[in-house]
Ligand binder design. Structure first.
Ligand SMILES: *Cc1c(COP(=O)(O)O)cnc(C)c1O
Length: 371
């Protein structure tokens, strides 16, 4: 497709999404599609099959696309999968875990929120003990990569504890799916949630919930919302040949299909994981040389986003630092940790180790408090 009309971005986004996308992904949006037309619906059906194939090497998984940002998909999943009489355990160590507990409260789903603290991973042994002590719990939810800090939670070991107790396991893999290899069958996941504008490198506008087919099939009539009814949405897509119930984000879906092609062309999730890891390692080593230390130790740090301690110099403030980096072509992210003063730099999107090297030069120049 002709990309000459797509202008260069004035800066790259080193953020956890929306993130920098390729010109070819943006160019895929330069055509209008009919939400009910067979051409478009066939593309949706194909996308769903490709997502289900990414979910696991084993059969039995199905994908449901849902309008809105990632949070809409989390709300759709919790509100549709947990029946009346069910009760949810949320394993939290950051803002996104806390958000799942909040969704449950808003939906009047009984919830136990277990907080592991923002700088420690979820402890599977504590999960097993909690499930043994509170047999009323039916579902367990955890965030894979807690974007608040960049922490990676041990979903395989958590899944073992959840499955040993016979509970349904839900994973918010919003910021990791497509960028870190995950096999839902291997980690015992019944549902996994992600969105278009994270590691698949599409643009924002919809997300998706991957589920075991029997799990979504058993959810008819359970939803606490019409528009976020995951079962109804799945049913329409599955039996309507890729139809959405309501107006679908057609341009965004086309861009996502292009992004999926580009993921495959890069060599799949393993290759993308290697690139993100290289970005992240280049970043941490270069930042350390400039006296910036990472919040988390390497063993629990994801390749997705890194939180750095803010400089303790009295003249430092985030905003002027941010502005100086932006003027040099890089947009970074403020911190979100409550217990430490941090800022964050993302490694995902159409971003390569060369970009990180250029960023490090920019960071060096942006340290206005040292002059
Ligand atoms: C991005 C993200 C979400 C969803 O956020 P939205 O702003 O609704 O797209 C949820 N969980 C995690 C871990 C995320 O990184």
């Amino acid at each position: 497709m002709d990309q000459s009309c797509i202008p260069d971005n004035p800066y790259i986004l080193l953020t956890p999404g929306p993130l920098s996308t390729s010109k070819t992904v943006k160019a895929a949006m330069l055509r209008d599609w009919c939400t009910w037309d067979a051409d478009y619906n066939a593309d949706v059906a194909d996308l769903r099959a490709r997502l289900a194939a990414l979910a696991s090497r084993q059969p039995g998984f199905t994908a449901t696309l849902m309008q809105g940002s990632g949070t809409f998909c989390v709300e759709s999943c919790l509100g549709s999968l947990i029946p009346d009489g069910g009760s949810l355990l949320v394993l939290a160590n950051g803002a996104y875990g806390a958000r799942m507990a909040k969704i449950a409260r808003v939906l009047r789903i009984p919830v136990v929120e277990e907080d592991f603290g923002e700088v420690s991973p979820v402890d599977p042994a504590r999960v097993a003990a909690l499930l043994a002590a509170q047999p009323q719990l039916t579902h367990v939810a955890v965030v894979h990569c807690e974007t608040t800090t960049g922490m990676l939670n041990p979903i395989r070991e958590i899944g073992e504890a959840v499955k040993a107790a016979g509970k349904i396991f839900l994973i918010d893999a919003m910021s990791s799916f497509g960028g870190i290899p995950i096999d839902m069958a291997e980690v015992g996941a019944d549902a996994l949630i992600s969105s278009a504008n994270k590691c698949i490198q599409g643009v924002p506008g919809f997300g998706f919930v991957l589920t075991r087919r029997d799990v979504v099939e058993g959810c008819a009539g359970q939803a606490r919302s019409l528009s976020l009814d995951l079962y109804d949405q799945w049913q329409a897509m599955e039996h309507g040949g890729g139809k959405w119930r309501f107006t679908s984000p057609t341009h965004v879906v086309r861009a996502f299909a292009q992004a999926m092609d580009e993921l495959e062309a890069e060599g799949g999730v393993a290759a993308r994981f290697a690139r993100y890891s290289q970005n992240q390692q280049t970043l941490v080593a270069g930042m350390a040389a400039l006296d910036f230390s990472a919040l988390l130790p390497r063993a629990i740090q994801s390749p997705i986003i890194t939180a750095f301690h803010s400089p303790t110099h009295p003249d430092y403030a985030f905003k002027p630092f941010y502005d100086r980096l932006k003027a040099q072509g890089f947009v970074i992210y403020p911190g979100k940790v409550t217990t430490a003063d941090t800022f964050r730099i993302g490694n995902i999107g159409e971003v390569y180790p060369d970009d990180i090297e250029r960023l490090l030069t920019a960071v060096k120049d942006a340290r206005y408090w040292l002059v």
